[in-house]
Design a protein around this ligand. Structure first.
Ligand code: CP
Length: 302
């Protein structure tokens, strides 16, 4: 059994194996081919925070592989409301399922859950911590869109402090010799616990304009309103960046924009029709990538 709590739980060999298998599984994810690889297996989706993509793409992935799903999207409809602890709940759910996907507002919650669970725990996002399966689908998308993972110039823009996806992704891309341009308001810079671990070049910026022309990938994030202890601090940075099609005229023609979604106002809808927009394909990629991971964790392949 292997838990997936952090991207550090997956070495490069395992990551590349998942990406390769995900590519083979695209026709199954699209419903064009059938699979029974996870027939009889049950996935429990325990979501203590809102989600559209992570929960639904995991459920789609499981069902496309012949498995079934249980779980909840609203903790107020569970015994959480009566005071049941997370760890008691996880012990129970592990008895009802073969794998647990957990999303929780507290950083470190997935790690704690993995310590009491008798089935693999997949971190579906823990507060401002990590989102490792988002990183897998981000890597898959970059490989598909750009053709390689090695040696890219990667801009990360927006809320780098609270945005968990950029924490996991920068750790992963650092292994592939990325050069990072971190673009954010001063108050939302990439945490030092992430930058201190980077082996390759990185720099911080407050405007996109100064680096846009160098980038192969621009990874945009929403300002995470729900994570600000003081709403007044959120108001100071809300709307700090708004990318539109005109701004992108300065970008390399092959530059691709990724975003974990949901977006609020940081990418204008006129970008959707440009060659740079990869974020809706990226969201679909969550299905084959999560299928490949579930196959690995539950030990059946077809
Ligand atoms: N990318 C992502 O985690 O989206 P959801 O919050 O909708 O799951």
């Amino acid at each position: 059994m292997k838990h997936v709590v952090s991207i550090e739980d997956l070495d490069n060999k395992r990551i590349m194996g998942i990406l390769k298998r995900a590519k083979q599984l695209v026709p199954v994810a699209e419903g064009k081919k059938k699979s029974k690889a996870l027939d009889g297996k049950i996935l429990a989706a325990c979501f203590f925070e809102p989600s559209t993509r992570t929960r639904l793409s995991f459920e789609s992935a499981m069902q496309r592989l012949g498995g079934t799903c249980i779980g909840f999207a609203d903790p107020s409809a569970t015994s959480h409301l009566k005071g049941e602890t997370l760890l008691d709940a996880i012990r129970m759910v592990a008895g009802y399922s073969d794998v647990i996907v957990l999303r929780h507002p507290h950083e470190g919650s997935a790690k704690l859950a993995s310590e009491v669970s008798e089935v693999p725990v997949i971190n579906g996002g823990d507060g401002a911590g990590q989102h490792p399966t988002q990183t897998l689908l981000d890597l898959f998308t970059i490989k598909e869109e750009i053709g390689k993972l090695e040696g890219l110039n990667v801009g990360m823009l927006g809320d780098l402090r609270y945005g968990r996806t950029v924490h996991s992704l920068s750790q992963a891309l650092d292994r592939f010799k990325a050069k990072f341009y971190f673009i954010s308001p001063k108050s939302l810079r990439m945490p030092t616990h992430v930058t201190d671990e980077l082996q390759n070049d990185w720099s911080t910026h407050e405007t996109l304009d100064e680096v846009l022309g160098k980038l192969d990938v621009l990874y945009v994030t929403r300002i995470q309103k729900e994570r600000f202890p003081d709403i007044e601090d959120y108001k100071k940075v809300a709307g700090a960046y708004r990318i539109n099609a005109e701004i992108l005229q300065k970008a390399k023609s092959k530059m691709r924009i990724l975003h974990p979604l949901p977006r609020v106002d940081e990418i204008s809808t006129d970008v959707d029709e440009t060659k740079h927009a990869a974020y809706f394909r990226q969201a679909f990629n969550g299905v084959p990538v999560r299928m490949a991971l579930l196959e690995q964790l539950m030990g059946k392949k077809k």
